[in-house]
Design a protein around this ligand. Sequence first.
Ligand code: GLC
Length: 422
Amino acid sequence: MENQPKPLPRITAFENMGLGLFVHWGLYSQLGVGEWTWKIHERPREDYFRLAETFTAADFDAEDLARTAKNAGMNYIVLTTRHHEGFSLYDTCGLNTYDAPHSPAKRDLVKEFVEACRKYDIVPFFYHTTIDWHWENRQTFELSEEDFKRYLDYLCASVEILCKNYGKIGGLWFDGNWSRPQSDWQLDRMYGIIRRYQPDAIIINNTGLNNLGEYGHPEIDSVTFENNTAKPMDRTGRKKYVAAEVCKTMNAHWGHAENDFAFLSPHALIERAAHSRGCGANFLLNIGPEAQGRIPDYERAALAILGKWARLYQEAVYTPRPVPGIKYPGRDFMLKEGSNYYYFTYDLDRLGDNNVTFGTHGTAFRGAYGFNATVKKAYWLDDKSEVSVIQDKKEGLLSFYTAGFPYGMDTVVRVLKIETEE
Ligand code: GLC
């Protein structure tokens, strides 16, 4: 393919992380009705800000969080260091007292987070809001241009603290510029601060629900597909290779919502994680810890199952990349690394005795069109059983009979490794 930009090393490293854990936790978690509750439920300011007086973080165990992510096959965590409510989980070093060290928690939770990540070989990322419902008791979108400039001084000072005080971080994940599209957010200045202290940090600025996958400022290293699915990236003619990331809630809210039962099954999570990788995008799956930081049971359990899948197909999930120009049946796709191809099969049958295995939903014949490499050997990555493939190289056709999952397993999306002579 011609005219394709090459990724910077930090962007390749980010893509190789593959799977990440998003953590939405703040004062709002105590109310258990989502992170937008102050605004949506029109709560009085005074009542809401008093939540800082009951925030103990007693159940927040950063090491447990890092281990949980690791166990889920994730290589990075994005923590909400400050969400729209304006409360910081880090020490604002005197910018204000609306932060975790001044709450009953009396701890710098971001420091604990970063240290735990390092211990478990997880890359720490900082989510940081750019809109603020607390600063000078007004909402960012209501500020005059003059006041907004002063707010940006505060925001930049906050970002500088995060870049200076916690050692090397993976990146910053901003969210909220969509609230004032007409204003000058002084992005050169803000991203300049990051590059000064953290030259290798990934910079992301969420483009929101309505502008999925949109490019932005030249310093941006990854586009976002908020709460959606990725689309394959066409980078032809672009100056910079920009990565892609899908962030996804596990139920219908980012912040803890006690009565939100709309959880995705591990089955759906695996399919979505795989689909993101098929588009070359990272998959950033969210959890919403409870009031004082406890990870909800279902979220922990679902993560563990996703982790089993990721470990089983480890070789295929992180470093291989999409191959342009090949067509597949249904949702199947291939990734490639060196001379190896990884074929991801969806909707496979399950084999067994008719008395226990019931109903079929998949097509047994699978394949690819536009595939020109010569196959040496093909086998399932999970049990290493070989699969014979048929090739018509003139037509660029590859086909195989999948037979289905052997009785005793169903990993939802099954990966076939295809070694070629390339
Ligand atoms: C949105 C929401 C926010 C959430 C974010 C995650 O922009 O405002 O609550 O943190 O998306 O992608």
